[in-house]
Design a protein around this ligand. Structure first.
Ligand SMILES: NC(=O)c1ccc[n+]([C@@H]2O[C@H](COP(=O)([O-])OP(=O)(O)OC[C@H]3O[C@@H](n4cnc5c(N)ncnc54)[C@H](OP(=O)(O)O)[C@@H]3O)[C@@H](O)[C@H]2O)c1
Length: 268
């Protein structure tokens, strides 16, 4: 625990820290002795999470209510965390759309890019610069199994998560020698509000939900040791099969058939 604190202290800044995987990562960071900064929009959820973490672990918790989909929100995060030593940055907030691409709403598709890609790029650029000048720190980007394979009916989301995956594993090769550990967490289906609201009947797919706490525990234990972290045996098997055993021509057809059979018919 001491070495985790030495490497990644004093604060972990976690976007999406009030719900699901981001919230679990915030609890796990506090358990490992870091103070935390939680970022999300809804102040009541931020406050509830903040109180629960400080009650359980006695660490300092700061909240920043900001919207990651625009520059005003991103600048607010930078300004309000400027004087704190952020040694661990985790952009876990995410947004997804799904359904037949020609039917989806373009504004929502742009939101997928703004939150998953643009805010991740801008904040990773900012925090990596500070960490390089300190000669230490950690960055845990959050992709998805969707970023590892064709994912028809989640096409833009899959593209955004593929960006995050390749950004992270590439940055890892630049920043390790500057003392900064970069890793990419790619969860499979995880029991969170986002997964509940997809309109997909996951029971009709081979996916099995993992608990967010387990995902977070695995992620922080592997940070600094692995650059691509896929939590869970089944998810690892799927990522392996997608990468080494399944050409796109087959993966695309197979996954389209799976989602077509499980997605709410009005979205097809
Ligand atoms: N759940 C899964 O099955 C799964 C699988 C693979 C990857 N992932 C990825 O894991 C990450 C976390 O997902 P999750 O399932 O834990 O989601 P979640 O439970 O729905 O939580 C999303 C978090 O992001 C915040 N957020 C959303 N839009 C925001 C915005 N515009 N500005 C600031 N904060 C915003 C939300 O708070 P507010 O609404 O208050 O802003 C919330 O704290 C995402 O990157 C997701 O793509 C999830």
């Amino acid at each position: 625990m001491k070495s985790f604190q030495n490497k990644y202290g004093e604060y972990a800044l976690i976007t999406g820290g009030s719900s699901g995987i981001g919230k679990a990562l915030a609890f796990e960071s506090a358990k490992k002795g870091l103070n935390v900064i939680l970022v999300a929009r809804k102040e009541d959820e931020l406050n509830k999470t903040s109180e629960a973490i400080s009650r359980q672990y006695g660490v300092k918790v700061k909240t920043i209510s900001a919207d990651l989909s625009n520059d005003e929100g991103i600048n607010k995060i930078i300004n309000e965390s400027e004087n704190l030593k952020v040694g661990l940055f985790i952009p876990a907030a995410g947004y997804e759309t799904n359904g037949l691409f020609s039917k989806t709403n373009l504004e929502k598709e742009m939101m997928v890019i703004n939150i998953n890609v643009v805010s991740t790029l801008k904040l990773t650029h900012y925090f990596s610069k500070k960490m390089v000048s300190e000669g230490k720190g950690g960055i845990l980007l959050v992709s998805s199994l969707s970023g590892h394979m064709p994912n028809p009916f989640f096409s833009n989301y899959a593209g955004a998560k593929a960006y995050v995956l390749n950004l992270g594993v590439s940055l890892a090769g630049e920043l390790k020698e500057k003392g900064v550990d970069v890793a990419v967490l790619s969860p499979g289906l995880t029991n969170t509000p986002m997964a509940k609201n997809t309109g997909v009947d996951w029971n009709k797919t081979p996916m099995k939900k993992m608990e967010a706490a387990k995902v977070a525990e695995i992620a922080l234990n592997k940070l600094g040791k692995k650059i691509s972290i896929v939590p869970g045996g089944r998810n690892n098997f799927m990522a392996f099969m997608a990468k080494y055993m399944t050409p796109f021509s087959i993966g695309t057809k197979m996954n389209a058939k799976m989602i077509r059979g499980a997605l709410s018919p009005d979205r097809l």
